[in-house]
Design a protein around this ligand. Structure first.
Ligand SMILES: Nc1ncnc2c1ncn2[C@@H]1O[C@H](COP(=O)(O)OP(=O)(O)OP(=O)(O)O)[C@@H](O)[C@H]1O
Length: 339
């Protein structure tokens, strides 16, 4: 082999080994990417769908609710009256008619209503009530939603005096985990992210399989000055700023923490009393005193104690030190498999 041939030989050898290394690195890169994608998709919620809310005429809504008859009223909330109605195709739907005085007294209620509702309708998740339509007319703002069953968590926990429909621990953890996943979707998948604004038991609807669905999300702007129904489910900071300014993810996490305490204790939030009562007991390791006395203690207390600690972190005084909802989901998903 002459000098020239030797050089060519070394050159080809070097080329082969470097392309081998390059090939190896490309392979490694794809392997790692797939792995981290899989990890990411296990932890993170799915991306939002396309906005799907469609406009309805007031006449359509009038027909669906039989002229807003009281016989079709499911309940009254901070923002309006909810009706069980029938769509043109005969499907059961829920219709929320915003109180006329809120529409008339609040500029926000008029401003951008349809665009807010359309944007909220891109939230498609098994733990969220879907928004399917809306109607706007002078003095009228109406939201059309999927009908998500007749029962909410407040009814199970607090409107059940003879204890006939008590939720067992398995169902309670399932509800806590599902509600956290719904909230995580609003906070982390929606762009811009959606603040629920009123996380509490009556806004967690429960189906026959005990799957929870959050309702009433992203609507606080309709009633920025309305305190009714919020007391006890928002932190102290909420009331300090200008109205509506305290509406943030950390505040949703606080409300979620209160719901966890209600699930554990079976007691109502009583305008903040529950947090003051339960927190020291959990801190002092007197956890069994917190648990709902109406149902049997589980043989293994650890999963519920873990849930208590999550609640403790969520209702902490300092907003910055509270967990983000994704961290809560990771723990609750795990607990769900343990009970
Ligand atoms: N999509 C729905 N499907 C079935 N029932 C619903 C639906 N949305 C709301 N409801 C029921 O209607 C009633 C009123 O709900 P709404 O959310 O307006 O008020 P609330 O939760 O009692 O108070 P707030 O307005 O403070 O959240 C509740 O009993 C709730 O369970």
């Amino acid at each position: 082999m002459n000098q020239h041939q030797k050089l060519a030989y070394y050159f080809i050898l070097a080329l082969c080994s470097s392309s081998f290394i390059a090939l190896l690195s490309v392979l490694l890169f794809f392997l790692c990417r797939n792995h981290s994608h899989r990890q990411l998709s296990d932890e993170s919620p799915p991306p939002p769908a396309k906005p799907s809310a469609r406009p309805h005429t007031l006449i359509d809504i009038y027909t669906a609710t039989e002229g807003f008859t009281h016989r079709r009223v499911i309940g009254e909330g901070r923002l309006g009256t909810v009706y069980a109605a029938l769509s043109e195709t005969g499907e059961l739907i829920a219709v929320k008619r915003i109180y006329p005085w809120l529409v008339l007294s609040n500029n926000n209620a008029g401003f951008g209503f349809s665009s807010v509702i359309k944007s909220l309708s891109s939230a498609q998740h098994p733990n969220l009530v879907s928004i399917t339509g809306y109607s706007e007319a002078p003095g009228e703002r109406i939201i059309v939603m999927e009908y998500a069953g007749a029962v909410n968590l407040d009814m199970y926990l607090h409107q059940n005096p003879d204890g006939a429909f008590l939720l067992n621990w398995k169902h309670r953890v399932k509800i806590a985990a599902g509600a956290a996943r719904g909230l995580q979707y609003l906070h982390e998948s929606m762009a811009p992210s959606v603040i629920h604004g009123c996380v509490k038991p009556s806004n967690i609807l429960i189906d026959a399989e005990f799957i929870p669905k959050l309702s009433d999300y992203g609507l606080n702007y309709l009633a920025a000055r309305e305190k009714r129904g919020l007391v006890g489910y928002v932190d102290d900071e909420y009331w300090k700023g200008k109205s509506g300014q305290g509406n943030c993810k950390e505040n949703d996490v606080y409300g979620y923490g209160v719901v966890l305490l209600e699930l554990l204790s079976g007691r109502g939030c009583e305008e903040g009393w529950l947090v003051k009562w339960a927190l020291p007991l959990i801190k002092e390791m007197r956890f069994s005193e917190v648990l709902d006395p109406r149902i049997e203690y589980p043989s293994d207390l650890k999963p519920l104690m873990r849930m208590g600690k999550v609640a403790l972190a969520c209702v902490g005084n300092c907003r910055k030190s509270r967990p983000v909802i994704g961290q809560v989901v990771a723990i609750l998903n795990n607990l769900e498999t343990q009970l």
